[in-house]
Every structure is written in structure tokens, then in C-alpha cells.
Design a protein. Sequence first.
Length: 226
Amino acid sequence: MENKAIATIPFQGFYNSLYSYAIENEIDQSLEWYAEDYELTEAQRETLADGYLEKNTSEFYYNVSKDYAEAFIYEIERDTGLALNARFESMESPREYNFQTDRLFIELPEASAVAFVDYILSNHKEELEKLIAQRFTSRDGFWSNYKNTLEAWGDPSKWDYNQLGTCFEIFEYLEQEIYDHSIYESISNGLADTLGDAADKMLDKCLEKREIREANERAQLKLAFA
């Protein structure tokens, strides 16, 4: 059986980030559209606003995370010319967002991980050394469990997900591009499935009333030209 490696990838998480702002913005736009198109009352608008992220929430965040991870893998393979054969592995969320945010993990063959590190050492060694010092140097309020030099890390085949993830952090700039090109759409498409039952039923009734109203308007228009 092929040995596998796990790595973190750059991701802002769902708290005070690109993604949380996108979710809020999409909900606001949705409220405006429904309020105008369905002629919602203030009470109905409030029901709709409260209905988002009421159900299927874990699935929603999982799907957005998976879409992002797959897009990141695709883009990094294009950038490096490597076939990583990686896949989205999991998302980890903290109990509270005081000091941490959501983290994404990918799984890839150990041989691909070593080839990727070799590429980084050949093309981005200085950046990696700076990142290691920046991320793993102990300071007031932070105690690092890792050595803070590349040399001290030793054999790359024995690096864990944080060490491999530091190599992927070199490509942090890809996150904005991926968000712009595909992830906003993923958020937009997925939010509708998070509506709670009360909001769903309210929208169904509003749609029914709108269809009746439009049918009456068409009938009156026909009579006017009869």
C-alpha cells in the first residue's frame, strides 16, 4: 500500500475572512432580491434572514472547503508543473475563534510530498526559511513545538502536516485568485440549501401569491385588449 502524507494548505477560515464576508454579502443580496421580487413584509424578511445557515450547515462549510481545496490543488499543480495526486482530506474547526480559525488538510502520496518539498528547496528555499522562522519562533504568548530553522527539520520524508503545510504557505497568494474565480459561486449556490423550514415554507407561500398575482394581471391585460 502506498504511504500517504497529510498537509495543511493556506486558508483564511470562515471567521472574519473573505468567506465570512462573502456569505454575509450573499445573504444580504438574497434578502434584497426576495424582498423586491416577492414583496416581502418586514416580518417575512426577518424570517428569511434568520433562516440562512439554519440547516445543512456542516455540509455547506464542508462543500465550500472541498471546492477550495480542489481548486488550490489544481492551481498549485499548474504553478509547479508537478502531479501531486492530492485530494481534500478534512476540515478542522476550533471550538472558539479566539486564537485559531478553520484549517484545511489535503492527503497526497508520500512520494508526491517529497517531490513537492524538493521543488520548494530548489525554487523557494529562501522563502521557506523565512516562513519557518516566522511561524515557529517562540515569543511572548506563543511557545513553538517545532525547531525554527530548515536545517533543524531534517529529512523531509519525516515532516508532518504543519511542516509540509509551511511549504504550501508559499502559495498563499493563490487563495484570492481561487476565491474570485470559483469559490464565491460555490458559496452562492450552497446557501439556498441551508434555509430552515420556516423560511422555506414562507418563500413557497410568497411564490404562490406572486404567481396568482401575475396570473390575475395577465387576465386583466387580456380583458383590456379584448
